[in-house]
Design a protein around this ligand. Structure first.
Ligand code: C2E
Ligand code: CA
Ligand code: CA
Length: 872
């Protein structure tokens, strides 16, 4: 292979280039006058000569200067071959004194003459290094045609345009140089190397860029095809070799991409083009380019892998994923979405979001979500959409919609469907449970309040709330058991709801309190008529376990007008509260009563609320007090004392528990109050000493709620521990109704405390509905006979009989009997005669303050009525 540098020719840009022979044919014998001055060919400003028969007949100043002379005329008459050495496009312009300038030569026969115009381009700036470099580049036109790269095409196009303008020959040289420069730059920028290969010799000529790209040394001379192959990645080498060899055989252009292992160990990817070019002389040359596309491919691979990953993810995602086009049609969906909606992909494709939406939900179809201003957010969440499965079943989905743009600029929506049907079902069940009474299925307090709030929000609410308390329900419960009581409540609930007139809703608030909301009182003929209707409905007989139980109800009524006249807010909560207050009044009036919440009642209720707030504060500020009432043995010896709450109210004086306990109960403060009493009583009892050193126990009244609490044992244990009092000095009093049907958990807790030494007392025995026979079942060690029987024991034979029966029974089952409210010596003597173990009452002492009780203890034994209750 002839080295490119040796060819001394560059790119065939000129319209017609003369060869050495042509120049040789020019002889100096031709008269100079052959070109009359007037006919001088217009020359460009760049160096140019005109020759006739090989002799310079015209020159411009630039040519003279380039040739080291002052005037153009000094060149006239010079044989061209004396001025220019070399026959091709690259030559040396010989100046005087042997000085020479490297020039690029373009020759052109002026049309209509046989004059040769020679254009010279000074290429000394490219020499020697640049010249060398350029001359070793494979031919540009060939490279251009082989690698159809945009920049080259542009230059070629520009060049071919220029070719048509060849009448401006002086521009040609400039263009030539400019194009070459651009080409070189384009190669550098595009990192494209060029090569030429002589398959016969195996010699390969690489451009500098080629060496650069392959990380080899250009200075180390011409390379070989084998050397090139050795750089090709071993895995690619075989087919790459085959491909190039094929080119040699069939001359068809080749385009391929292969990896290269550079000598520095780096692996790069090259995009190669190759083509066979046949010279005008008929000789075959293989030329081509190589471009480093490693970064491009890496990026592409990354993108490809990432989109593959995305596709894989979508495919295996457990949530449905669908892509909707701008026309709201589903274009693609994953397996999960097909499964979720019960369609195969083919059917699903093309379906609109509207078609997927359940008819009931279509009003608010998926597409309407697209009305969301895109400026705010291109993605949004639809918390719940009811879609329709292929089988017509509804499926609830949470949608995450995200708008995006495809590569081609098309908008599309990516929608993630999460099935929330189960979540919704659970939520609905929870909501139902939260708003419905578990036993009867009727709306509960929460639901009633919500309904009332809704009704009250209407422009002119004409509603009434009726609280209905079933008379003597506790008696039923106690006599027949809780299960029968529950049965009755369920039956009654059904009876009530079935019988209520239209526009009325029934609910259950708690225990035996039902509620009726009427949304159109006028339609019922007014409040009184409504109450009469409901009252009549609840005056009935309900069959329970084979028995017909007669029921009736006390009713408390509230209407919003009354509330708004008297209360600041007039909301649902107030309405309920006033109905409650009215019910309270109705119950006091006896069975079957009804009371309408009125201004006075509401004022009272308001006062109650006020008192509740004050009590809360008093508790926080530790302003409550405990009084103690001694319990004595038949000889008047103090055995224990019952702690009784007092509230020294700043305005109303000392308040007794009867006044504020209902308020505390209403305000849900009983537990808190009990804990306070327990702590305080145990703490104060530490100072109690008798003269003979006998320990005095302290009895604490507990509300029904506290023992049922999970931390009950701990609460007591902590209070005991804090006081340092022995366990056996604590008595816990609970009313009879709080002790029947105890949950196992509570029974266990009580048992645990009893084991440690605590005693339990059943308070006010005889006021509940337990039969004597059930006394045995109560987990208590002490029975306190209620004051009601004690007061009549000396005068009423039936009270005496009850007292005797209780005392006998208590004795028989090994419990201690305490008689409460012993006021007279007669009562005391009768009871002592019956064998009562201990006595409590004004006869011995009224409840007294802590300090007073301590001084009372100093007496040791109490004689009758030795002390007075300062509060009574
Ligand atoms: P109770 O447990 O039956 O307490 C006895 C009540 O009878 C006390 O009323 C006491 O002053 C009163 N009493 C005592 N001897 C006589 C008497 O000979 N004749 C008359 N007529 N009454 C007598 P008090 O202190 O007003 O307590 C009323 C109720 O308040 C108590 O009834 C008890 O159920 C409740 N209570 C009092 N203190 C507390 C407490 O700290 N916690 C809880 N949960 N309830 C308490
Ligand atoms: Ca008590
Ligand atoms: Ca009592």
């Amino acid at each position: 292979m002839v080295p490119v540098a040796d060819r001394a020719e560059w790119v065939d840009f000129a319209p017609s280039s003369s060869d050495a022979g042509q120049v040789g044919r020019v002889t100096s014998s031709r008269p100079l006058a052959a070109v009359p001055l007037g006919e001088a060919i217009p020359l460009p400003e760049s160096p140019a000569l005109v020759c006739d028969g090989g002799v310079v007949v015209q020159a411009n100043l630039a040519a003279a200067r380039l040739a080291g002379r002052w005037l153009p005329d000094s060149l006239i008459g010079f044989p061209l071959h004396r001025l220019l050495t070399g026959a091709g496009t690259d030559a040396e312009l010989i100046g005087p004194e042997g000085h020479s300038v490297p020039v690029r030569v373009t020759r052109w026969i002026a049309p209509g003459t046989n004059l040769l115009v020679v254009f010279l381009v000074d290429v000394s700036d490219l020499c020697p290094t640049r010249r060398q470099a350029l001359s070793t580049e494979p031919r540009c036109t060939e490279v251009e045609s082989v690698a159809s790269l945009r920049s080259w095409q542009t230059s070629t196009a520009r060049w071919s345009r220029r070719r048509r303008d060849i009448n401006e020959p002086w521009a040609l040289e400039c263009e030539l140089r400019e194009e070459q420069r651009r080409l070189a730059e384009a190669q550098r920028v595009a990192r494209i190397g060029a090569w030429e290969w002589d398959p016969a010799s195996g010699r390969l000529v690489w451009s500098d860029m080629m060496h650069d790209l392959y990380g080899t040394q250009s200075a180390s001379g011409p390379t070989t095809y084998q050397f090139y192959l050795s750089l090709v990645h071993p895995d690619d080498r075989g087919w790459v070799d085959e491909l190039w060899r094929q080119l040699v055989v069939d001359h068809l252009p080749v385009e391929c991409e292969h990896r290269v292992l550079r000598p520095d160990g780096e692996m790069r990817t090259f995009r190669c083009h190759g083509a066979a070019i046949t010279d005008p002389s008929g000789s075959l040359r293989l030329v081509g380019t190589a471009q480093d596309v490693t970064e491009q491919r890496t990026a592409e691979t990354r993108v490809m892998r990432s989109s593959q990953r995305f596709a894989d993810l979508v495919a295996i995602a457990p949530v449905g994923i669908g892509i909707f086009d701008d026309a709201d049609r589903l274009v693609d969906a994953n397996e999960a979405l097909c499964k979720l909606l019960g369609y195969d992909l083919e059917t699903l494709r093309g379906m609109s979001s509207e078609a997927l939406t359940h008819p009931e939900e279509r009003v608010e179809r998926l597409r309407t979500m697209r009305a969301y201003p895109s400026a705010i957010s291109e993605s949004y969440t639809v918390p719940q959409r009811m879609l329709m499965r292929a089988d017509g079943e509804p499926v609830y989905c949470e949608l995450h919609v995200s708008a995006s743009v495809q590569d081609d600029g098309q908008r599309f929506m990516l929608v993630v469907f999460s099935d929330v049907t189960e979540r919704r079902r659970v939520a609905e069940a929870l909501r139902y449970r939260a708003t419905h009474d578990e036993l009867t299925g009727l709306p509960n307090r929460t639901a009633i309040k919500d309904t009332l709030t809704e009704l009250l929000a209407s422009p002119a609410p004409d509603l009434a709330v009726l609280f209905c308390d079933i008379d003597n329900f506790k008696r039923v419960n106690d006599a027949l058991g809780h299960d029968a009581g529950d049965e009755m409540l369920v039956a009654l609930a059904r009876w009530l709801c079935d019988g209520l007139p239209e526009g009325c809703t029934g609910g259950r608030l708690s225990g035996d309190v039902f509620v009726v909301i009427c949304s159109d009182v006028a339609a019922q003929g007014g409040v009184s008529a409504l109450v009469a209707t409901v009252s009549a409905l609840l005056r009935t007989a309900i069959p329970v376990r084979g028995q017909l139980i007669r029921v009736s109800a006390a009713i408390g009524v509230a209407v919003p007008d009354a509330v708004t006249d008297n209360a600041a807010t007039g909301g649902a909560e107030d309405l309920l509260r006033f109905a409650d207050a009215a019910l309270f009044e109705a119950k006091r009036g006896g069975t079957g009563h009804f009371v309408m919440a009125n201004a006075a009642l509401m004022a009272l209720a308001d006062r109650q609320v006020e008192l509740e707030c004050e009590l809360r504060e008093a508790l926080v500020r530790d302003e409550l007090q405990l009084f103690y009432q001694p319990v004595v043995d038949p000889d008047g010896v103090v055995l224990s004392a019952e702690a009784l709450l007092r509230w020294p109210h700043p305005e109303r004086g000392m308040l007794s528990p009867d006044v504020f306990l209902p308020v505390a109960e209403q305000g849900g403060m009983m537990r808190e109050l009990d804990r306070w009493v327990l702590r305080t009583a145990l703490h104060e009892a530490r100072d109690w000493v008798t003269q003979d050193g006998r320990p005095i126990a302290v009895a604490v009244n507990l509300s029904a709620q506290l023992p049922g609490e999970p931390g009950f044992v701990d609460t007591v244990a902590t209070a005991i521990a804090e006081s340092g009092l022995p366990w056996d000095r604590l008595v816990l009093e609970l009313v009879e109704t709080a002790l029947v049907d105890l949950p196992d958990e509570t029974r266990r807790a009580m048992g645990e405390l009893v084991e440690r030494g605590v005693r339990f007392a059943v308070d006010d025995f005889g006021t509940g509905y337990s039969s004597l026979a059930r006394l045995k079942e109560l987990p208590t060690q002490i029975v306190k006979l209620d004051r009601r029987f004690v007061s009549g024991v000396g005068i009423d034979p039936s009270d005496f009989a009850v007292a005797r029966a209780v005392v006998d029974m208590v004795g028989a089952i090994g419990r201690t009997c305490v008689a409460e409210g012993v006021e007279t010596t007669t009562q005391f003597q009768v009871l002592r005669g019956l064998g009562v173990d201990a006595y409590q009452g004004w006869l011995f002492s009224r409840p007294v303050s802590g300090p007073a009780f301590r001084s009372l203890l100093e007496f040791g034994r109490l004689s009758f009525a030795c002390s007075g209750d300062t509060t009574q």
